[in-house]
Design a binder for this molecule. Structure first.
Ligand SMILES: [Zn+2]
Length: 215
């Protein structure tokens, strides 16, 4: 707001420099008051030197402590900022095939504990409903959906997980499809991870949803 009153070349505007204010972008969506980024957007904090292509611990902490300092910006505008390493790591975990989970350096429980098979229950008005089989419903009830949880198909973000309806006899994962995405019918799976939000009351969180590997 103040910026438009600054004349070009004014020291005050150049002082913000490469890592200063970015032009805030309108988030692709909102969920429970949380701004969600689109494919071409990132999270930034004022005067930070990194940008966040996902919802990492740093973003979750910022949101918890000073939400007004968390901004959505266009990825094309990040300038000299570098990608957050934690975001890059999470993205790798979310997009690598499950078979590689066992090779992860950190000690993990059985890989099968971190994957919940899902089947398509319905698709209406761009909203996709996914359910787990009876043997996985208990796990799904212990799982939280944190902001900016993607649905990946072929490495593309085709949608965002909106919520998990855990109160029902058959818990449902609800996904808002990207209007540009082509719906892929077939089995899916939820990849789980530890929750990022300190306030999380459940032991698991959804890292991403992806097509189940071919048998
Ligand atoms: Zn990050």
């Amino acid at each position: 707001m103040v910026r438009k009153y600054l004349k070009p070349g004014n020291p005050a505007s150049s002082k913000t420099g490469k890592f200063g204010d970015l032009k805030p972008a309108e988030p692709a969506a909102w969920r429970d008051g949380v701004p969600l980024i689109g494919d071409d957007q990132v999270y930034v904090v004022k005067h930070g030197t990194v940008y966040h292509p996902g919802w990492c611990q740093a973003v979750a902490d910022k949101w918890a402590t000073a939400p007004r300092g968390l901004q959505v910006a266009m990825a094309a505008d990040v300038g000299a900022r570098t990608p957050c390493r934690e975001c890059v790591r999470l993205l790798k975990v979310a997009t690598s095939p499950p078979a590689q989970m066992g090779q992860a350096p950190s000690p993990e429980p059985k890989p099968s504990d971190w994957v919940v098979p899902l089947r398509v229950i319905g698709l209406a008005h761009g909203i996709l409903f996914l359910a787990a089989g009876p043997e996985h419903r208990a796990r799904l009830r212990e799982t939280a959906v944190e902001p900016a949880t993607p649905l990946y198909v072929g490495g593309q973000r085709d949608g965002m997980v909106v919520r998990l309806d855990a109160g029902r006899a058959e818990p449902l994962l609800v996904v808002q499809m990207d209007p540009r995405a082509t719906f892929r019918d077939g089995p899916y799976q939820a990849r789980l991870r530890d929750p990022l939000q300190r306030s999380a009351s459940k032991p698991f969180a959804v890292a991403c949803i992806e097509p189940a590997p071919e048998p």
